[in-house]
Structures are given as C-alpha cells and as structure tokens.
Design a protein around this ligand. Structure first.
Ligand code: BEZ
Length: 222
C-alpha cells in the first residue's frame, strides 16, 4: 500500500529515520533551513554514485541558499557507510557532509510514494525511483520531481529552481524558460498596471502580441 501523494504547498510530513550520521527527526534536523530530500534505487550502483558525489561537491552551493541536502537509499546504515567511501573516492572528495537515510524496510519509500514499479531488485522488490523533494523553512513542499532509475538528475537545474523559488517568494515576478540567476524575469500576471511604478521603479518592458493583451511584461531581476 502506498502513501498519500504529496502536492506542492502541502505540509511535508515529519519522520524519524536511521541515517549515516545517526537517528534523526527530520524537522529537528532541518532546524530553520530548507531541505532537499532525494532518493536512490540502491547503494553501490553507478548512476547513484555519480549523483551523491555531485551533491557532496555542491554542499557549499546548497549552504549559500540555506538548503540542507539529505539522501535516501533502501539499504542499511552499515551499507551506506561503506558506499560513502566509494563515493568519496569516485568524486575525489575529502569529506562527505550530508546524511543518507537508511530506508532498508522501504517505510519512507512507501510513505512518500517513491517506489518505481519498473525497477525490481534481485528479490523481486521494487526499488525507489529518483525522487526530489524541496521543503522550505515552514516545512512546506515547494518542488517535487520524479526521475526514472536510469536517468541521473541535473543538480544545476535543481539549484536553478531553488533560486527561482527563493526569488519569487518575495518579489512580484516569475522566472521564464531557461532563466538563470541574474536573468530577466516576468512580472506576475496578478500585478496591476497602476502598481508597476511602485513595484518596479526602473520600469518594465511590455512585449506587444497579436492578441493586444499586455501580459508579457519583462523586468530585470529585482
Ligand atoms: C544506477 O544507479 O546506476 C541504477 C540503479 C538502478 C537501476 C538502474 C541504474
């Protein structure tokens, strides 16, 4: 039986779990930070090793954004500890500074709907897919992506989405296709024309379109 699907904006449920750094209560571990929880099919697998190595190298980038990474894989703490040595060796890393949850009983995989029915292990049990959950400092789910086991994630893209989430929660903008930090933004459709000069003192550009509607309003990143 699987858990209830989580939607963007839902409270991310708290949980306790054994990890490579000891038992944690997720909310206590997060403190007032954001978190990225990302799951893996299994320890000692090639794509997962590249992903955990990449995230270990990106820890300073997550820290800059106030985001704590935590991985999950359906193996034991002892297995994770052995695998971390391989990950460090593969990534030429001197340290590995985030926890890996030991979900060997698949309790969290079921609770958070992370099982991939297409990927079955030698015992015929489904593996976890590559789920990504970004949870904000209020413990609200802000991003949810599911990748198949055979596709490694693009963590530059995940950092890009975190930048967009953190920008757009305080400014009246949304970020367009392929936006990157510092790029032009779109004024939110909910911003009224009479509020533009107050919210965007440097002015905005409105793109003319055949419909005659003034909804394509561009501003430098506030
Ligand atoms: C991997 O991490 O390489 C992997 C794991 C399970 C299925 C396919 C690939």
């Amino acid at each position: 039986m699987s858990g209830k699907a989580l939607n963007i904006g839902d409270q991310f449920p708290n949980f306790t779990a054994d990890t490579s750094v000891g038992r944690i209560d997720f909310y206590d571990w997060m403190q007032d930070s954001w978190a990225i929880l990302f799951s893996h099919p299994a320890d000692f697998t090639p794509v997962c090793t590249t992903e955990l190595s990449r995230v270990a190298a990106l820890v300073p980038e997550f820290q800059k954004r106030g985001v704590k990474p935590i991985a999950l894989s359906c193996d034991t703490v002892a297995s994770h500890k052995g695998w971390i040595e391989d990950i460090k060796s593969f990534g030429k890393l001197s340290s590995f500074d985030y926890p890996i949850i030991a979900d060997d009983k698949r309790e969290l995989a079921l609770k958070f709907n992370m099982l991939d029915k297409d990927e079955i292990n030698a015992e015929g049990i489904p593996l976890t897919c590559r789920a990504v959950f970004v949870v904000d400092d209020k413990k609200k789910l802000r991003l949810s992506i599911l990748y198949p086991a055979t596709t490694g994630r693009n963590f530059d893209e995940i950092l890009r989405v975190i930048d967009s989430l953190q920008l757009t929660q305080t400014k009246s903008v949304a970020t367009p296709a392929d936006w990157k930090q510092g790029g032009k933004c779109m004024v939110l459709p909910t911003v009224k024309a009479e509020d533009i000069s107050k919210l965007f003192p440097d002015g905005i550009e409105t793109i003319e379109v055949p419909s005659g509607k003034s909804y394509l309003r561009i501003t430098p990143q506030p």
